[in-house]
Design a binder for this molecule. Structure first.
Ligand SMILES: *Cc1c(COP(=O)(O)O)cnc(C)c1O
Length: 400
């Protein structure tokens, strides 16, 4: 340490409490933070091994799957994506990827780096992909994998799945689903929907801090990994080895992030105590209230009603409002975080998350009230009473 190093200027950690209504992370319940602060066990301690098994059972319940290979990958949602691709893709494999936002484009990048012959299936930003577009793109091709984002966090679109999954299966492809912003927020049923592999993240609708990526592979996906001619090109994410730690052998591969797993276990317990159906209905209720408020104020939602995602809402920035000024004022005056637009939507929309613990009446009312105030301060005309319109939705729905 240099002699003049001033340790005194590094104060005790004391971050402010925000209201997290951006694209993630979402607000973390105090129970989850308390679980993280429990004493660290060894990653092979019998007591920890029990907690690992319980976490897997809870994860299967939330994913609605019986898949044995259901684990939290060490790393954020993107590590879950990479784990799926490095294990499933062999060089030269045809991989169809639906691209209709940032996260589809990220999958194309990831698959290309692994030497896949990528078949991008493009759809307009802010819209779902149509089955006809999928059918056309797959004509004459032999995709081994069909990858699609369920809830596109960059565009606020919930992708309808049943028809495109049937098409992909008819072509003999394994279906890979990004459910980072859907798991724990809107319905996800891996087994009933015929999903072969899926990944998610902890910090969106599960309301756990970022750091783990829930992942699940069914028998067909595991069989594709086992039939590889070449080794999985990532040592860290090789599921044949990671699976030996999470499976019956409990063989050391890398040190599990023990306290993050405590947090995930607690977050999953909270999800299942609430009940999946109740939880999904709660997200849709607050989404409806938010939309009613926004529209009453004379503002517009970006996505057509039938394609909207409850957990991530795109609000068109009204004329006269400055994107950055508005977001800064929400943060400074109200402690409220929302997200900026991405890609072609930068400067054009705000992204308002209603994810897990953040999806509450209090937050919706705060957001609408705060936005009204911040817009009026910029001289933007707000035509109607957003909070009152949201209250109307709550009054008619009964409380949740
Ligand atoms: C957030 C997100 C990711 C990436 O997750 P990170 O935790 O940021 O690595 C992937 N896909 C979607 C749809 C997301 O919203």
């Amino acid at each position: 340490m240099p002699r003049d190093f001033d340790i005194g200027k590094y104060h005790d950690l004391d971050p402010v409490t925000r209201v997290l209504m951006g694209p993630g992370p979402s607000d973390v319940p105090p129970r989850v933070l308390r679980a993280m602060a429990a004493p660290t066990l060894g990653h092979l301690d019998p007591e920890f091994l029990t907690l690992m098994s319980e976490t897997q059972e809870l994860l299967r319940a939330v994913f609605q799957t019986d898949n044995a290979l259901t684990i939290p990958v060490s790393g954020t949602g993107s590590a879950g994506m990479e784990a799926c691709f490095v294990n499933l893709i062999e060089p030269g494999d045809q991989v169809a990827v639906v691209v209709k936002g940032v996260f589809g484009a990220r999958m194309v990048d990831c698959a290309s780096r692994l030497g896949a012959d990528v078949i991008p299936i493009e759809a307009e930003w802010g819209r779902a992909v149509q089955p006809e577009a999928v059918e056309k793109a797959l004509q004459g091709r032999q995709p081994k994998i069909f990858a699609v984002v369920h809830a596109e966090t960059s565009t606020g679109v919930l992708q309808p799945l049943s028809e495109i999954i049937s098409l992909a299966k008819a072509w003999g492809a394994l279906v890979l689903l990004d459910c980072v912003t859907s798991l724990g927020g809107v319905e996800v049923k891996l087994d009933a929907w015929g999903i072969d592999a899926a990944f998610s993240g902890t910090q969106k609708c599960l309301s756990c801090p970022p750091g783990l990526a829930p992942l699940s592979f069914n028998d067909q996906a595991v069989a594709k990994v086992r039939a590889r001619k070449s080794k999985v090109p990532s040592w860290y994410l090789d599921l044949t080895m990671v699976g030996d730690y999470w499976g019956a052998e409990r063989k050391y591969h890398h040190t599990a992030p023990v306290n993050m797993i405590y947090a995930l276990r607690e977050a999953l317990r909270i999800v299942l105590e609430e009940g999946l159906e109740t939880r999904f209905a709660r997200h849709w209720l607050h989404h409806r209230a938010l939309v009613a408020g926004i529209e009453a104020m004379g503002l517009r939602m970006k996505v057509p009603p039938e394609e909207r995602l409850a957990t991530l809402n795109l609000v068109v920035i009204p004329e006269g409002a400055d994107d950055l000024t508005t977001r800064r004022a929400l943060l400074a005056q109200f402690g409220l975080e929302i997200g900026a637009g991405l890609g072609p939507f930068a400067g054009k929309v705000w992204r308002v998350g209603l994810q897990g613990h953040s999806a509450t009446e209090r937050n919706v009312m705060l957001f609408l009230t705060a936005l009204t105030s911040v817009l009026r301060a910029q001289g933007v005309k707000v035509s109607g009473d957003g909070p009152a319109a949201a209250q109307d939705v709550y009054a008619h729905a009964g409380r949740s």
